[in-house]
Design a protein around this ligand. Structure first.
Ligand SMILES: Nc1nc2c(c(=O)[nH]1)N[C@H]1C(S)=C(S)[C@@H](COP(=O)(O)O)O[C@H]1N2
Ligand SMILES: [Mo]
Length: 322
């Protein structure tokens, strides 16, 4: 295995909960049994998405920031926002697992690129060199938070594969449309499908990630199977789930929550404890799964990722560009 320098957002394995270590060890043994050189055909989608290219060992510490303790799997996968399957936090775990089958799944790369393409998820993951892990803070605009050990690939790799033309300045992401199986889409006032956008330089920041798994297992339907965006310095609504299309464009893409309430949700959605939501404070957050006494913690500028992303917003008035 190549020696690599740990990034400054990474955590030592010692900081991980027992559950995470258990799952990672399990996966390591699982992969040993299968041998190296796994192919999509040998594993199938679910297996491939769960399998990571690199494992936690001394040369490859996976886990960012000593203070980050991943939230228990049970909380991450049963307290969700996924309005396609209802507006309650406990709706997605039920209704996203009742007939909606995000497998097989095709994602389209389109717009101002030299290499437009449609990929089966398996093939895309294989083409991008497999899966790695990131433990990231996850901060919803509603002022609750978790810590999630994601599996997936850096969005920058997908951008490189697409080979954007010089005119491309933004990425527009589109989620699926399936009102028959996604009961929430029968309420048309949301303007389905869910859409989101990033500036190209945000998309190629080292933190921007496409998740295909959680805790070493294929990403559950309710968390946005089989592909979901993760931008940990931004509020959770930027993290569009179950992506079917990524379009490169020269215009600022509109996003679902800004369209619904432009005074409350903007394009940037950078986590910022100094800029309150019109109806509530953003200075602190409720820690999900933290227990009654763990309660709240202060919210950090850019959700604790200031060092990695602050330069992207130099000179921008963050009060107006919220
Ligand atoms: N397609 C789609 N993506 C979505 C949402 C949604 O309703 N539909 N909700 C967003 C919001 S508000 C948050 S906080 C996160 C929640 O992700 P989680 O359920 O995995 O914690 O997903 C985001 N992505
Ligand atoms: Mo959210």
């Amino acid at each position: 295995m190549n020696i690599r320098t740990p990034k400054d957002w990474e955590l030592p394995e010692s900081a991980v909960t027992d559950e995470a270590i258990y799952r990672l060890r399990n996966r390591r043994d699982f992969l040993k049994t299968l041998g190296v050189g796994l192919t999509g055909a040998a594993l199938g989608t679910r297996g491939l998405l769960a399998a990571a290219a690199g494992f936690p060992d001394k040369e490859n510490p996976l886990y960012p920031a000593a203070s980050l303790k991943p939230t228990a799997y049970n909380f991450i996968t049963s307290y969700n926002n996924f309005y396609e399957f209802g507006t309650g936090k406990d709706d997605p775990v039920v209704y996203a697992n009742k007939g909606w089958k995000p497998d097989p799944w095709t994602v389209e790369i389109a717009g101002l690129v030299r290499a437009p393409a449609k990929f089966a998820v398996n093939d895309l993951v294989a083409k991008l060199g497999g899966i790695e892990q990131r433990v990231y803070r996850h901060r919803c605009v509603e002022a609750w938070s978790m810590v999630v050990p994601w599996d997936g690939f850096p969005l920058a790799k997908l951008v490189a594969l697409a080979d954007p033309k010089p005119e491309a300045k933004f990425l527009k992401f589109t989620s699926f449309l399936d009102p028959k199986n996604a009961v929430g889409q029968q309420d048309s006032h949301f303007g389905w499908p869910y859409v989101e956008g990033l500036r190209l330089d945000e998309a190629t920041n080292e933190l921007a990630f496409i998740a295909t798994g959680i805790y070493g297992k294929a990403i559950p339907n309710q968390n946005g199977a089989p592909l979901r965006l993760v931008t940990p310095w931004k509020y959770g609504f930027k993290g569009i789930k179950s992506i079917v299309k990524i379009e490169f464009t020269d215009r600022v893409p509109s996003n679902t929550w800004q369209r619904l309430a432009p005074d409350e949700y903007g394009f940037y959605a950078n986590v910022n404890p100094q800029v309150d939501h019109p109806r509530w404070s953003q200075s602190s957050e409720r820690v999900i799964g933290g227990g009654i006494f763990a309660g709240r913690q202060p919210t950090l500028m850019f959700n604790g990722y200031e060092k990695q992303v602050a330069a992207l917003y130099k000179g921008l008035d963050l009060t107006r560009n919220f």
